[in-house]
Design a protein around this ligand. Structure first.
Ligand code: ADP
Ligand code: MG
Length: 358
């Protein structure tokens, strides 16, 4: 929760550096409701911020030196601007990357980072960390940075400092999302609209318990397959392809299935935003179920343990809502949307713990 987390960051900063911070920033994580593996195909996605995130207490210091504490890891980093890359990708890559990519640094700083998101679960702790660093840099330097600029710097950080060829969804949801609202984001032009969730809907996330392995390689492979499909179809991105184009294309079976997922998932995202606009929980839930099946069977990024959690939740939720894997896949979190009054029953029947997003 952001207020307590910010207090914790300020307290730990004072303990570590012996002075109070000048400011404390917070950036949330995000959960994607629908539109998975679509952002890097210039499609439509429907994420929303979660309550958990990353807090950074900061203060300016003399010179150009940065001193950064990752309180959750008990680790520290120090570097001069412009920073070099750490020997291997770790939390330092995100902090140094944002300092380099945002162009917002003006003199040295001390920062203390702490978060309450599960890491590596598909709730985008890395985007949350990057955007929080960007917010701290902007506050300290007094320089303006729009949410889109912060999101783009965070995406460059993932690409060039963390070696993840991600789209822009996570960063935009974290930088420009609003609590309680789903963001219908067009990943082609970054236009978005915010849609309030009905008060009587609940959005919850539960962890599958499988931490993702090899995700970056698999993720980058899926991205390459989508790009190959677009090239073969003669379009700039799969955003411009239709189901009929894909079916008639003569693509090899694997590439065809990847493309079918993306094209249909973009249509599902539009349909989900429409269902949300009508407060039609049954229609919204049906779209989540179809989305999961497509990720499992066509895009092949789910794993049996995640499928089992989805089925377990789905068996309680029934037709009035739905559950699906969320995030890049290969483990991680499951999101469910259901009537708020049925949340207690879901908890009792599954014995699971849930993060309440809405
Ligand atoms: P996800 O973004 O899905 O949570 P990633 O593997 O992309 O998973 O990002 C997780 C990484 O982000 C962590 O391994 C760490 O390097 C960095 N990170 C996230 N939160 C924190 C934090 N509170 N403190 C330090 N590093 C963090
Ligand atoms: Mg990440």
């Amino acid at each position: 929760m952001s207020a307590e987390l910010k207090d914790k960051a300020a307290r730990l900063f004072a303990e570590r550096f012996g002075t109070d911070p000048e400011g404390v920033v917070f950036a949330p994580g995000r959960v994607n409701l629908i539109g998975e593996h679509v952002d890097y195909n210039e499609g439509l996605v429907l994420p929303m911020p979660v309550r958990e995130g990353t807090a950074i207490a900061w203060a300016r210091s003399e010179g150009t030196e940065f001193e950064v504490v990752a309180a959750d890891f008990g680790e520290e980093d120090s570097f001069a601007v412009p920073p070099g890359k750490p020997d291997e990708v770790d939390w330092r890559s995100y902090v140094r990357g944002m300092v380099a990519e945002s162009g917002l640094a003006a003199g040295g700083m001390r920062m203390l980072v702490t978060g309450d998101l599960p890491r590596g679960s598909g709730l985008s702790s890395s985007a949350s960390l990057c955007v929080a660093v960007g917010c701290a840099l902007a506050e300290a330097s007094g320089r303006e940075a729009s949410p889109v600029e912060l999101a783009q710097a965070a995406q460059r950080t993932e690409h060039q400092w963390a070696e993840v060829a991600c789209g822009i969804m996570d960063q935009m949801a974290v930088a420009a999302g609003e609590p309680g609202h789903a963001m219908l984001l067009d990943c082609r032009d970054l236009g978005f609209s915010l849609h309030r969730l009905p008060e009587d809907w609940a959005v919850v996330v539960t962890e599958s318990g499988v931490t993702r392995g090899l995700i970056d390689g698999e993720y980058n492979a899926r991205r390459a397959q989508c790009e190959a499909a677009a090239r073969a179809l003669g379009v700039a991105s799969l955003r411009d392809a239709s189901m009929a184009d894909v079916e008639a294309s003569g693509l090899d079976d694997l590439t065809r299935r990847r493309a079918l997922h993306v094209v249909d998932e973009i249509a599902r995202t539009r349909a989900a935003a429409d269902a949300l606009g009508r407060s039609d929980l049954a229609a919204f839930g049906a779209i989540l179920r179809k989305g999961h099946a497509s990720l499992r069977d066509l895009f092949e990024v789910s794993v049996p343990a995640v499928d089992a959690v989805v089925e377990e939740l789905q068996s309680v939720i029934g037709a009035q809502g739905g559950a699906r894997m969320t995030g890049g896949g290969f483990g991680g979190a499951v999101v469910a949307v259901l009537a708020a009054e049925r949340l207690g029953e879901l908890e009792r029947q599954t014995g699971r713990s849930f993060l309440r997003v809405h």
